[in-house]
Structure formats: C-alpha cells, structure tokens
Design a protein around this ligand. Sequence first.
Ligand SMILES: Cc1cc2nc3c(=O)[nH]c(=O)nc-3n(C[C@H](O)[C@H](O)[C@H](O)COP(=O)(O)O)c2cc1C
Ligand SMILES: [Mn+2]
Length: 469
Amino acid sequence: MPADQEGRTGPVTRLRDWLDHLAARGRVAVARPGLSLVHEIAAVANRLDGRQATIFPKPSGHAVPVVSGLVSDRGWMAEAMGVPPSGLLRRFQEAAANPLPWREVTEAPVQAAVHTEVDLARLLPLPTHNEHDSGPYITAGLLISRNPRTGVQNVTIHRLQLNAPDRLGVLLLPRHTLAYLHMAEEMGQELQVAIAVGVDPLTLLASQAIAPLDVDELTIAGALHGAPLPVVKCRTNEVRVPAEAEIVIEGHIPPALREEEGPFGEFPQYYGERAGRHVVVVDAVTTRRDPIFHTIVGGGLEHLLLGAIPREATLLSHLQRSFPNVLDVRLSRGGVMRYHLAVQMRKRSEGEAKNVIMGAFGGHYDIKQVVVVDEDVDIHDPTEVEWAIATRFQADRDLLVIPGAQGSRLDPSTEDGYGAKMGLDATKPLNATPMRFTRIRVPGQEAIRLEEVLDPAAGADWRGRIGRK
Ligand SMILES: Cc1cc2nc3c(=O)[nH]c(=O)nc-3n(C[C@H](O)[C@H](O)[C@H](O)COP(=O)(O)O)c2cc1C
Ligand SMILES: [Mn+2]
C-alpha cells in the first residue's frame, strides 16, 4: 500500500491489507480460539464496536476465522480512501459521479478452492448474533445480480438466513435486486446471483451507494480505488465477482419460491419480523486459500456507517443542487444514522432553512427529522446541534410538521412506514443585531500552551503555592 508523508495509506483494495493497516495502528484485537458462533462473537464485537476490529480464530472449532468491526469509524474509512476525514463525503461524491468500469481477469484468488457439493454451515462459520435472531446469518455478503436483459450488474448487501445446507433466505426490499428479479420472472427465468464475502472497505461502502438502477456499484468501488476493480466470472453462472474477495457463494433466486425468514436484529436496534421471503439456491462456493469470513453485527457502528456515509454524500449532492450554500450534512448516531439529519448552511435569505428541510425530506424517505443550523455550529457534535436548537429555535415559528408521509418500515413508531416528518430551523435570523447571537469566546483560549503556563506537580501542594495554611 502506498503511504504518504503523514503516514496515510490507501486506497485499500483487499480485506487482508486493510487488516494489516488496522493492526499497525493497534486497532485489531484477536480473541482466544474457539469462541462460540452463537452470540459470543457478536458479544465481543459489540463491546469493541468503534474501537477495534476483532478476529476470531477457530469459532466454535471451525477452520475458517471470523472478523468483525472492519469499518466502525469514519476516520478509518477516510484512511481507506487515502483522504483526511474532512474529505470523506467529497471523495465519495466524486467516485459516484465518475465510476470506473471493472477489469475482467481469468485467474482469481477467490477461486483457489471450488466447492460444488455445498453444505454452507460446514464450509463457512455462520454466526448467530442477537437474542431473538432466527439462527445463523450471512450479514456482510455483497449480493451481485445481473439485469437479465442487458447483463448490467447490481451490488447490494442483503441479510441471508441459513435455511438449509444449500439455501439462504433473503430479504429483498423493493430496490434493485428485486427489480432485476421481476425482469427475470417476466422472462420466465431465475435470477443469477453471487454473494461476495470478505471484501475491502471501499467495495463494501460502494455497495451502499444510492445509485440509479443499472449503475454497477462495482464501478464506484473502482473509482474509490482509483483503479478498475479486478473481477472474475463465476464458475456456475455469468455473474462477475471481485477477484480479491475471500469467499463467493454462487447461486440463483427462483422468483416464485418463498420460505420463512426472520426475526433478525436490525439497524434501528429492533427486530425485523418473520415472514415468507425469497430464497437463494446455492450452486457453488469458491474461496481463497485459507479464507476469512466477515460478519457485520446488526445495529453496530459498522452497519450504521456503511449506510450513513453514502447517504450523506448523496443527500449533500441532492441539497447542493438547489442550495449551493449548504455546507455539510450529518446523520446522527442517535437517529440510527438513517432518520435524523443535521444540515449546516450559510443562510442567505429568511425562510431558506425551511426550503432546505423540505428538500432533505425529498432526498430520502427514511429521513424523519431535519435540523438546519448556521455555519458556526459543528454538526459532528450532537451537543452543538442541541445548543443551536436550545438558543436559536422557537417551536411556534421554526417547527415544520408534515403528517402522513412515507418513512422507514423498520421504524416501529410508524404504521408500516406511514408516519410524520419534523423539521427544525435552528438558524439565527439574518436581521438580528450582531451581539445578540455572537458566541462568547475567550481570546487566546485555543492558542495557549498549557504546558508553558501550568506547573504539573503543584496540585498536591496548592496551599504552599499560594501561601495559605
Ligand atoms: C449490513 C447491511 C445489511 C443490509 N441488509 C439488507 C437487507 O436485508 N435487505 C435489503 O433490502 N437491504 C439491506 N441493506 C441495505 C441495502 O444494502 C442498501 O440499501 C443498498 O444501497 C441497496 O442497493 P440497491 O439500491 O442497489 O438496491 C443492508 C445494508 C447493510 C449495510
Ligand atoms: Mn443499485
């Protein structure tokens, strides 16, 4: 990996390189061998969430190790891109706007071993995470499918429940995989798919891009890498998969087949319900020599950030088209990095913040609450955002409520996604006298060097130092 003078590396193109990068910075913990696949891996991963990635050797005795928590920090993701944290959204915006076609290879590390007699639980260490989860799941698999008419690919993460040795239950919300499946159904075909597990952080992030149908997210991964992504054709179908992945599950989705799936612990910290769902029938599993299995624990920072960063980049682009004076956006942790948006803007005319609020609701239906603040408020600090609401917002004047709109079906306070929106204009009025909203500030506070003005050892002798008995 290239490293610049500040020790930054990236872009990172392999899971193994990424683990090296994290390990060199003290961010990898290794569990003692043999922790249980049932709850124990998730328990440790959750405890270290946002601080360290964890590697689990011999989980429940399985030969394939598990890793979790690869991208549970925004700063880490910026490092994976090779940009400073402040450049994270801009870099993703650039990549989404300038995708790079992939490059096909015929020899791939991920096809070092090919298994056509498939017993998923024997081949792969499939963990069970939350208390009421129905059983083992694959949660960090990139599900790649092909437009059955044009061959254009789509990449997305879907949770996958182990239904049988060669069948996975899959939750297909009404997005691109389902669109391709409907096309296949109209043509009287099954949908060819592949599931890539154990990819680099930028390919994971690209899978979450809010892109139009028929934009191949692997081309956004290539743009993030700054080089075409090497892909290889599956052994049993036409799908092209990342050549450097750890594991690929090849299969097909029969349009009419349904099996019970769920419950499963989801990002809002609640369970997704059990219902009849689509099924991936597995035809083959290919792996690297000595593969590593990646798992994402539902609701952890890794899960939240993977969705949040591409959404923020897309929402920022969306808002800036109409409001070039919008500076930054942030999906907050408390709002499960999906529902609550903070927007920072340089307001030019009175009322403009309310237009921005309405624009944000149009940007993604998951957005439930928008707070707009001025440029002097740090939207990356929830205390700052609350301070702006406390001191610049009046509910009778600055609150916007939109009843009966479309929201997230995973928000249990909605009626299956039907719910309200709330906007808060926490910007100061443009015509206020300057002193009224001037933040207090002590001159020299940031610049002063404490080691020069303080005596580190004097605290215990404070009486002696000031001559008091
Ligand atoms: C860890 C993780 C698990 C996810 N599980 C699902 C899922 O089970 N079903 C689903 O429809 N979307 C799921 N998503 C969200 C989609 O992957 C995401 O919305 C994606 O951008 C959709 O891609 P598309 O626009 O190509 O359809 C998950 C995302 C993450 C990060
Ligand atoms: Mn897509």
